[in-house]
Design a protein around this ligand. Structure first.
Ligand SMILES: C[S@@+](CC[C@H](N)C(=O)[O-])C[C@H]1O[C@@H](n2cnc3c(N)ncnc32)[C@H](O)[C@@H]1O
Length: 387
């Protein structure tokens, strides 16, 4: 009864507003990261979310913080997908199971009462979210670590900070809602090499590819010439970028499209309108190990150690050693040869939230460190330590 009252009160307000009136209604255990109280996504919005994710019978749809299970149940009923709903509240999970039974989809869906921050979501092909903005940022590194490239994520109303959405759609139900859509990018940063033929001559090509989420930047060298790439993007395993380079005294326009698989990148290169095969290989990236770093920042020089390892499933784990103690860094990302992590550190100016990003080349990481309190970024450099 209490829950029904809460649900009616929340039905037409945003999740953030509902949080303010939720206190006292929630009987479930409080997780470390709360996604917010149960506020159902209206059914027409659920429909739009599943359409945006292009759900089919081949999908496994995970709803993290699934409430009464409506998203997973509709994915199974309308599209024949499999589904997993996870919610911290066991009473809601009972409702989900009843709902699945009622709709005749119990054989295709599973509902689990647990903290979704601790769930293994690695077999999802689609993830749906309607969670508080603070929880979106906590989920971001988990999703990027655990989900395979190409997995689609759709969120009702809340974005993921500087991981820009690949698509944004507005839906007007009670009020204007925004749906965000992302595709999990493969980690493609690194040094890629291949040979190509230009004007009948074989030339060596090198691409130093940098990555932040799905955005790619970097330098393309063809023989002696070099240029910055433009429009660089990775969508799942699909890589694309353009380049305009001076070759033999004239401007040559190029477009590259390819599919990455580990350290191989294969596709087509369009050079001055001629389409050629593109078959590149990435130099091995040795990211695991202990790194000793120095940062020259507006707050003065900072030093520390960074350890990058992998768990049993191969998922990268970052930790920082300071004063002899090792602390896990939860907000960390690895995209091939590009690393990024955020951590709170003490400087002469007090505690600072710093974001380190860098490119790994051999035994060195070179990059920068940013802080909201600074007008300019600092320089960051790390050297691999011997074991
Ligand atoms: C806004 S509701 C969304 C319900 C459903 N996804 C929908 O769109 O209709 C958020 C849900 O997250 C659940 N929740 C909160 N923190 C959670 C956590 N750490 N793990 C799993 N579920 C959580 C709440 O019980 C609530 O049902």
């Amino acid at each position: 009864m209490r829950r029904n009252l809460a649900m009616t009160a929340f039905a037409s307000v945003s999740l953030a507003a509902a949080l303010l009136i939720a206190h006292g209604h929630c009987k479930a255990a409080q997780p470390e990261v709360s996604f917010g109280p149960f506020v159902p996504t209206p059914m027409p919005v659920v429909e739009e979310m599943l359409k945006l994710a292009n759900v089919t019978k081949d999908d496994i749809v995970y709803d993290l913080g699934c409430g009464d299970g409506r998203i997973v149940i509709m994915a199974a009923k309308k599209y024949g997908a499999k589904g997993v709903g996870i919610d911290i509240d066991p009473e809601l999970i009972e409702k989900c199971k009843e709902g699945a039974e009622r709709e005749g989809v119990s054989d295709r869906v599973r509902f689990i009462a647990e903290d979704a921050m601790k769930s293994d979501v690695s077999d999802a092909t689609v993830v749906t979210l309607y969670v508080l903005p603070s929880a979106m940022l906590k989920l971001r590194p988990k999703l990027l670590r655990e989900l395979k490239p190409g997995v689609r994520i759709v969120s009702h109303n809340y974005s993921m900070g500087d991981w820009e959405a690949d698509k944004v759609v507005n839906v007007n139900v009670d009020y204007q809602r925004t749906l965000y859509y992302w595709v999990v990018p493969a980690g493609v940063a690194g040094i890629w090499r291949w040979r190509t033929t230009i004007n009948g001559k074989a030339v060596e090509c090198t691409l130093k590819l940098k990555q932040e989420f799905q955005k790619l930047s970097g330098t393309l060298s063809i023989g002696e010439a070099a240029c910055e790439i433009t429009n660089g993007k990775v969508t799942g395993n699909e890589v694309s970028f353009s380049a305009t380079i001076q070759l033999g005294g004239r401007e040559v326009k190029m477009t590259f499209n390819g599919k990455v698989s580990g350290d191989a990148l294969k596709g087509t290169q369009l050079i001055d309108g001629t389409s050629l095969r593109w078959d590149a290989r990435r130099a091995k990236v040795g990211i695991e190990g202990r790194w000793k770093w120095v940062a020259k920042t507006p707050d003065g020089e900072l030093t520390g150690q960074l350890t990058i390892g992998r768990d049993k499933r191969g998922i990268p784990l970052f930790s920082l050693v300071s004063d002899g103690t090792e602390t896990a860094i939860w907000d960390s990302y690895l995209w091939g040869a590009c690393v990024r992590f955020s951590v709170k550190l003490w400087s002469q100016k007090g505690e600072r939230e710093l974001t380190f990003s860098g490119f790994v080349e051999g035994e060195t990481i070179v990059g920068e460190v940013a802080c909201d309190a600074w007008e300019t970024k600092g320089e960051w450099r790390a050297e691999k330590m011997s074991k």
